[in-house]
Design a protein around this ligand. Structure first.
Ligand SMILES: Cc1cc2nc3c(=O)[nH]c(=O)nc-3n(C[C@H](O)[C@H](O)[C@H](O)COP(=O)(O)OP(=O)(O)OC[C@H]3O[C@@H](n4cnc5c(N)ncnc54)[C@H](O)[C@@H]3O)c2cc1C
Length: 452
């Protein structure tokens, strides 16, 4: 077989690349090792509940995400959440407190100490950091104070990365925040100046809006798959390996026991760093290790459905639990509060996460042990006298969220060196350029352009 471009991996990244290659009229094939497309994104319906097994919502944080919705037209119906998602709870001393949304709330909130609130006034005047590998924890302590780290940044990082602020390096993990300090000398001053800065029509498309898709996120990946064209996909592609030849690549794979060999001018990988050593056997071990050692958080996702909800009023996006509160649950998403048709009319659909980098051991607990934790914590935190969910599902994610730490610079350099050495090899996936769905779509679109 011969084709122009081979994409390895049919998650959101690979599907976006395939979608745009199809639109550009290019010749390509997608090799996916499982029997379906979507990767982490999988939606299910059971009883009267519609739930996600992976990501639940995204943010239209890149223009490319907004453009993908435009480009898909009426093939999907994006569901943009209302203002209720701006209400987010943080647990402090066992009580849910709303994260301040304005100045007055900022002054009166019990989440931060009075000392740190005063300290924040001096944030614009603090010197900017010089250590590009400073951790997020150190950066926030230096500019804002310990209580902002504990009750704002730490829970935010748990919600996004299931990670540890003392491991993540803002230059790589939160480049927008890092650049505020580096370019404007301050988070507050930088955010204000950026707010007033002129944006072109393309940049204006990005927003903080929270999205899902009517019928679940799987409808997004389904639309991408169908638009890219089913004939371009090879599922159950096992033991895929790439071999560079003179001015092309031979890609070998095995489908249902039958070996397949394909010649391609370009190979795009849209898989995690951990999957690369097997795919690219020609890369020396030492060099590959600089990429594949990227740490991934393991998480346990639990979906809870209730036909009749009698607990804590679900009037926001959800609640996050700072590490310092010493609980086993990382946080809850109140999905039925802001997405349509997720639960029966008077019921509720909640998703919660356990594990992550700092409570990694929870990932090894049995289903019974997980159930016990969820029972106890949810009864208490969601103010339920009786914990009798009508739906209880456990999903384990072994290599869920990459943790962009100090080793990221070396990883990016190695990727660039390999792409230079092997013209036509393009290494994508969540090992670089962001972990959220909007980042994946941005990268997927960019990857398609590399293959033109
Ligand atoms: C539990 C969880 C919750 C998340 N929550 C959110 C959220 O709320 N909001 C948000 O924006 N993002 C969230 N994310 C992140 C988001 O889901 C991912 O960034 C995105 O879906 C990843 O897409 P991807 O295509 O890069 O990778 P994946 O979805 O991992 O897809 C990679 C694909 O490659 C295939 N593959 C792997 N190895 C091979 C191989 N050797 N040969 C062929 N195919 C291979 C895999 O089977 C898979 O289909 C979450 C992720 C997880 C895991």
């Amino acid at each position: 077989m011969k084709t122009d471009t081979i994409i390895i991996g049919a998650g959101l990244t690979g599907l976006t690349t395939a979608f745009y290659l199809q639109r550009a009229g290019k010749d390509f094939l997608v090799l996916e090792k499982t029997d379906t497309y979507g990767g982490a994104i999988q939606t299910e319906t059971e009883k009267d509940f519609l739930y996600e097994k992976g990501p639940n919502t995204g943010v239209v944080g890149t223009p490319e995400m907004a453009e993908l919705f435009e480009d898909l037209g009426d093939k999907i119906k994006p569901e943009i959440a209302g203002d209720e998602v701006n209400k987010r709870y943080i647990l402090k001393n066992g009580k849910w407190e709303a994260l301040p949304g304005g100045l007055w709330q900022g002054i009166t909130t019990p989440l931060f100490t009075t000392k740190d609130k005063f300290r924040l006034l001096g944030e614009p005047f603090r010197k900017k950091g010089t250590n590009q590998h400073e951790t997020l924890a150190d950066l926030v302590k230096r500019r804002m104070g310990q209580s902002f780290l504990d009750y704002a940044i730490d829970p935010f990082i748990l919600g996004v990365y299931s990670g540890d602020p003392a491991y993540l390096v803002p230059k790589y993990a939160l480049p927008k925040l890092y650049n505020l300090e580096q370019n404007y000398g301050s988070f507050i001053g930088g955010a204000i100046k950026k707010g007033f800065a002129k944006k072109d029509e393309h940049e204006k498309k990005a927003s903080r809006k929270v999205f899902s898709v009517e019928g679940g996120l799987a409808n997004l990946t389904k639309a991408l798959y169908q638009s890219a064209g089913e004939k371009h996909f090879i599922f159950n592609a096992e033991n895929t390996q790439v071999f560079p030849e003179n001015d092309y690549f031979t890609v070998k794979t095995v489908q249902n026991g039958a070996p397949i060999s394909i010649q391609a001018k370009k190979v795009i990988t849209a898989i995690g760093a951990f999957a690369l050593p097997e795919i690219l056997p020609f890369v020396p071990k030492e060099q590959m290790q600089k990429i594949s050692k990227l740490k991934y958080a393991r998480v346990v996702e639990v979906v809870l459905g209730f036909n009749h909800w009698t607990g804590f009023p679900l009037d926001g996006f959800g609640g996050l639990i700072p590490f310092i509160e010493n609980r086993d649950v990382l946080g809850y998403l109140f999905l039925s509060a802001f997405l349509k048709n997720r639960a029966p009319e008077h019921g509720a659909l909640l998703t919660l996460f356990l594990g992550g980098v700092r409570k990694d051991y929870i990932n090894d607990y049995s289903d019974d042990e997980i159930r016990k934790i969820v029972d106890n914590e949810t009864k208490d935190l969601m103010k339920l006298t009786n914990f009798k969910p009508d739906l209880f599902k456990i999903f384990r994610h072994k290599q869920a969220i990459p943790q962009y730490g100090e080793d990221s610079g070396e990883r990016f350099k190695t990727v660039k060196a390999l792409e230079k050495q092997y013209q036509g090899l393009i290494i994508g996936g969540n090992l670089k350029e962001g972990i959220g769905m909007a980042d994946r779509v941005k990268q997927g679109k960019l990857l398609s352009k590399c293959a033109y």
